[in-house]
Write a protein that binds this ligand. Sequence first.
Ligand SMILES: Nc1nc2c(ncn2[C@@H]2O[C@H](COP(=O)(O)OP(=O)(O)O)[C@@H](O)[C@H]2O)c(=O)[nH]1
Ligand SMILES: [Mg+2]
Length: 520
Amino acid sequence: MFGRSIVFFLSTNTRFLRSSLSLKTSKNLNPVFLNLNAARFCTSSTKASTETSATSITTVDEDGALQFTPNTYRLKLVTFNDSPQYTERPDDHKLNHDSLPANPIVVGSVINRPNVTPDDPVVQEYLNGIKSENRSYLARAITLIESTHPMKRAQGQVLVREVLEYCRRKQKHSLNSAMSFRIGLSGPPGAGKSTHIEALGKMLTKRNHKVAVLAVDPSSSTSGGSLLGDKTRMLQLAVDPNAYIRPSPNSGTLGGVTRVTNDAIVLCEGAGYDIIIVETVGVGQSEFAVADMVDLFELLLPPAGGDELQGIKKGIVEVADMVVINKSDGDLIPAARRIQMEYVSAMKFIRPKTKVWKPCVLRVSSVSKEGMEEMWAKMEEYYKVMSSSGELERLRRRQHVRWMHNHIHDSLVSVFHEIPRVKELIPDLEELVRKGVVTPGQAADKVMRDFIRQIDENLLRYRVPTSSQDDDTSSSSDSSDDDRSEKKDKKKDKVKHELDKLVGKKKDAPRFGYGRTANY
Ligand SMILES: Nc1nc2c(ncn2[C@@H]2O[C@H](COP(=O)(O)OP(=O)(O)O)[C@@H](O)[C@H]2O)c(=O)[nH]1
Ligand SMILES: [Mg+2]
């Protein structure tokens, strides 16, 4: 997030922040300013460790502008610095980088946990917008949950929680089941998914349903988003006031995309969409991820057999509640019939996912709309059977557990890649794997070991390579390599000693780690 080298400045004085901006350009550093509650820390002794909190974090963006993030951050800060500690002075604003301590200034572990409450103004504004079924607020809310910014992400999570609560209350007070119907749709490219969604969507909005279409496409960061291009294919639905089409988020990982889509479903439901269609292009394991977040999973196939269906993943037919052979019109009818028969007999051997529903194979034409009414009737039948038997509720509860794991997965991966040691190692390891010097498994083991070690040390040690290296050479330009490595070793020992002391003291307290605080 911040680049390779990070300097933490602890200050209660904002003038200091501005005067230190020159660091960014002159020394190619990325200053992170922690605006502490009290100057206590800044004036403490040269060796200190303290727990404190900051009221805001200020970073400098690419253009040199200050980015101010007000919030409460829990911090654990440790200094091990021989040079005079920076203390606030009246002439702070005149401070330039030459007067700053040259060695690592502050070593600290910033545990960043934005503290967002339901009365947060952004959360409230979006929540009200969603409750009033405002489409533009829905779009903005989904953008919020897609954000990787910690503050926005935290606001997004609180918003999702509030919307879930709102949906729950609405459902309780409604005589009919107010639960939405979530439909997953997958199929090979060219099967006619976009055409099919347009036909189904239009049919449903005419029946006074509100339809949201979401896409799961982990490849969209490179392909530019399939549904975005498809919006041109869903021309009528795209302009329908009772429909909302949202392309796949541009997060490259399937975990990221599924997390966002799960949350987006909730937001759409809050905004009054009672039918949610989730389309997947079938990249990676995306169709299985989608099958895991919907009530009914529809597999759409073209009237083609054998080789043309090779692209369909093994096991995908097993998770389908409904197989629909599309393009059953004109000359293609006989082929569609044949494929239908093939699937009917193949599916006899598949164990149904639930006792109350036997997967069926239908034939439709998304162009002539033939069979579409019958298909919808079958979908409604499924919904009725599933909800009256309690299966739908159980299915959704199971999905919530998986959804939690998605969150863990996604957060873990992003935390992992934020760890400086990991960032450092990955390019080298990639190169070694490419050259065949180490096996992929060995490389993964190595980086995992270092990751765990760093977590175990309970501290992230941010150093300032540029300034300290400069310093090393200037202060010891005539010393030998041996001297230098001895010095380094001593420094390391000292650091280790400080860490041991800290860990020893905190033995009984919950452990510190990246992204965690001792107090929650
Ligand atoms: N004859 C016929 N063509 C269809 C039907 N549905 C889609 N198509 C055509 O199949 C092609 C691929 O459709 P598209 O919706 O883009 O497929 P996707 O890649 O699965 O989204 C397009 O040329 C459509 O016009 C259908 O029901 N009948
Ligand atoms: Mg398409």
